[in-house]
Write a protein that binds this ligand. Structure first.
Ligand code: NDP
Ligand SMILES: CC(C)CCC[C@@H](C)[C@H]1CC[C@H]2C3=CC=C4C[C@@H](O)CC[C@]4(C)[C@H]3CC[C@]12C
Length: 473
């Protein structure tokens, strides 16, 4: 954005005239970053940081799997391996951690899975629903078939497992070739990101796109907000239909492998069950997810697409992967306690999201926790000059803190890692990552809402003081 553009934007912001979020040339993420980055080095945030993340994240995923497989899950052992192991030359380290492998059996599984996701998404019927209107006036339309897709996929997976058994093949093949598999997904995801960026730059699907002269920024953050190929929504496929389903299936596969190696293991079952119930909830609420920041603010690039294909497969599944080589005995009472607390966390998390959606659907005319909902009506201007209004709920969970739903989300992440025990920190990597992600996300969301609602958001913040943890933060 030019200096003049920035000034114009700042004036709009100061006068509270900032509109809804969009991602075209006067894209809000960009606008937000102008505000946030005040005084920051542009070179750092637009070149060094994206480049570092694009190199470091695949390296990290690869290292974590290496630690599980070759360093007995111990980070200390891993470092001594890298630093002092005479048999490990620098070349081997580089080849091990920075390579883009193409393992054909894995590639076939990945491509078939992706094709399956696309075809089923197109074929399964579902009511039409729309996402929020963008500033360019675009209204993304989807079909509400996520839950059916999830259930059919689980049934097909069970049938396929039985069928493969007759040929002496097991889905645990994926576990046995996990290093090759992840590296192939990584190669595939990088290719896909390049494709999506090129498409966004030269053949955007809608006007909600933003392209800068910096390829690193574009690659990391993406160009298009709602990219479609043959009317297939890329973000719906990568985030939900591939990413979330892969997470569920991988958790089942890792649990199967634990059973295969060690017989019935309560810790693996608890971790897998909690993940599955959580993802069942996700698919039930998928149309709600299509209205969150990932979809309406973040564009399709490395962060989202690579993240959902590789990071989710490698990091989000870590507790169940870890349990294959480090099975634990929980005992009946701990099994029941962890399951009960986990289900409760999933319920509270779902109930928070539901409460917000219900109040908005009822235009504030409904009860929350047995009392008339307390709402703040926040007017805002779209950049096209039209006025719009949103409802901010200030009772129920949404009076406890501004992102109270992150509390059960974190509790759950802890609970499904807990079966791994406390001897190693590695299986808690997802939990630690989530703490950082959600604290940052709460901060990002606050800034987004302050830009959008101006003084009304400040009023809501005065009413609901805490960001995530009531009384703490
Ligand atoms: N496991 C994981 O990796 C992660 C899981 N999650 C989960 O995803 C789900 C969605 O979370 P997230 O995407 O962060 O988004 P939220 O559900 O927190 O949505 C934030 C948006 O809701 C609106 N909003 C904010 N405050 C209020 C209010 N008081 N009343 C009504 N609307 C309000 C604003 O949008 P508007 O512009 O419409 O006003 C705001 O931008 C949660 O369940 C969360 O736990 C989230 C991140 C990571
Ligand atoms: C590149 C990496 C360092 C970071 C990649 C992050 C993304 C993979 C994740 C960022 C936000 C995540 C999600 C948000 C909300 C969700 C709803 C929840 O119910 C299920 C999980 C998820 C879809 C989750 C998935 C991963 C992210 C997109």
């Amino acid at each position: 954005m030019s200096k003049h553009g920035e000034e114009k934007y700042k004036r709009k912001f100061q006068s509270g005239k900032i509109g809804d979020l969009n991602a075209n040339s006067n894209d809000s993420t960009h606008q937000l970053s102008i505000h946030i980055r005040h005084g920051h080095n542009k070179f750092w945030s637009e070149s060094i940081l994206p480049l570092t993340l694009c190199i470091a994240c695949p390296f990290l995923v690869r290292s974590i799997v290496f630690i599980c497989d070759h360093s007995h899950g111990s980070i200390m052992e891993f470092f001594s391996h890298i630093l002092f192991d005479q048999t490990m030359t620098l070349k081997q380290v580089l080849v091990n951690f920075f390579y883009f492998q193409w393992h054909w059996p894995s590639a076939l599984i990945i491509i078939s899975f992706l094709l399956y996701a696309v075809i089923m998404t197109m074929l399964i019927p579902g009511d039409e629903y729309s996402g929020p209107i963008t500033d360019t006036g675009h209204v993304p339309v989807y079909h509400n078939n996520g839950f059916t897709y999830y259930v059919i996929s689980l049934i097909l997976f069970a049938l396929l497992t039985v069928l493969l058994k007759f040929n002496n093949i097991s889905p645990t093949y994926i576990y046995d070739h996990w290093e090759e598999f992840l590296s192939t997904v990584n190669t595939f995801a990088f290719l896909l990101c390049f494709l999506v960026i090129l498409k966004g730059k030269y053949m955007p699907s809608t006007n909600d796109h933003r392209s800068s002269s910096n390829w690193l920024t574009d690659f990391y953050r993406g160009v298009e907000l709602y990219p479609r190929i043959f009317n297939i929504d890329i973000k719906l496929i990568t985030n939900c239909r591939y990413g979330m389903l892969a997470w569920a299936l991988l958790s089942i596969i890792f649990c199967m492998k634990t059973f295969e190696l060690h017989g019935y293991t309560d810790s693996a079952l608890v971790s897998c069950l909690l993940t599955l119930v959580y993802l069942t909830k996700f698919f039930w609420w998928e149309s709600g997810y299509m209205k969150t920041m990932d979809i309406i603010v973040d564009r399709a690039g490395f962060y989202l697409c690579w993240g959902c294909l590789v990071w989710v497969s490698g990091i989000y599944t870590l507790p169940s992967y870890f349990l294959v080589t480090h099975p634990n005995k929980l005992g009946l009472s701990l099994t029941i306690t962890v399951l009960a607390l986990g289900f409760l966390s999933i319920y509270i998390n779902y109930d928070c999201d539901r409460q917000k959606i219900d109040v908005r659907t009822a235009n504030g005319q409904c009860e929350v926790w047995g009392k008339q909902a307390t709402v703040i009506r926040a007017k805002y201007l779209l950049l096209n000059g039209k006025e719009s209004e949103s409802i901010l709920l200030a009772s129920g969970y949404w009076a406890l803190s501004r992102h109270f739903h992150y509390v059960p989300e974190l509790a759950l992440a802890f609970l499904w890692s807990y079966p791994c025990g406390f001897h190693y920190i590695l299986p808690y990597f997802y939990f630690i990552f989530l703490c950082v992600l959600l604290i940052h996300r709460a901060h990002r969301d606050d800034q987004k809402c302050r830009l959008k609602y101006g003084a009304v958001w400040d009023k809501y913040c005065q009413l609901v003081r805490w960001k995530i943890f009531p009384g703490l933060y």
